[in-house]
Design a protein around this ligand. Structure first.
Ligand code: ZN
Length: 76
């Protein structure tokens, strides 16, 4: 597969952390998705998009297997 952003040929499936804002918290969701190794563009298929949306809805409703792994910091 060719990257539509940089036209590079080096697109490989990788595990990436997608960040979703939940109020003032940040939720990291690990997904496997094709990533351009040249420019970093991620290519989410429909199934992965739906998965991310369902995780977001679940966590916003106060459910889901969530653990705290860090703090969200703001400067200034
Ligand atoms: Zn690219």
């Amino acid at each position: 597969m060719k990257c539509v952003v940089c036209h590079g040929e080096n697109v490989e499936v990788r595990e990436v952390k997608e960040s979703i804002e939940v109020g003032s918290d940040l939720l990291h969701v690990t997904v496997s998705t094709p990533v351009c190794q040249t420019c970093g563009e991620r290519y989410y298929d429909r199934k992965t998009m739906r998965y991310l949306e369902s995780v977001e809805a679940e966590v916003k409703a106060g459910r889901g297997n969530v653990k705290q792994v860090g703090k969200l910091l703001a400067y200034g």
